[in-house]
Design a protein around this ligand. Sequence first.
Ligand code: AMP
Length: 120
Amino acid sequence: MPEPTSAATCLFCRIVAGEIPATIVHDDDDILAFRDIAPRAPTHILVIPKRHVASAADLTEESAPLAGRLLLTAARIAVEEGIAADGYRLVSNVGRWGGQTVDHLHVHLMGGRTFTWPPG
Ligand code: AMP
């Protein structure tokens, strides 16, 4: 079994710390958003809490306001990016079967094309 990712070595924590470059589209006290390095849609942005939370499965009652702000920020960025009127997709993969590859909670904001349902 691999070791659980620690905040010290977490890829997205290192982006938050400015140790790894990213194209940042939103930055506030609690939340960072940046463009996905391998976009799967014309607009593909990752919205993350700055504090290390491994996935949605690790959210607590205490982090409910943070989780709310994550979604609200994603919706606001969608407006700023000009994809809100046509619609877009918000996805957060959880765990191995959910397709999560980076163990730091992130919401994918994807737009600029149509999406099918269910996803593969
Ligand atoms: P997931 O597979 O849901 O955990 O999503 C992780 C996402 O992070 C993928 O869409 C990757 O393309 C993206 N990603 C990985 N490394 C970077 C990076 N250095 N900068 C921006 N996005 C990244």
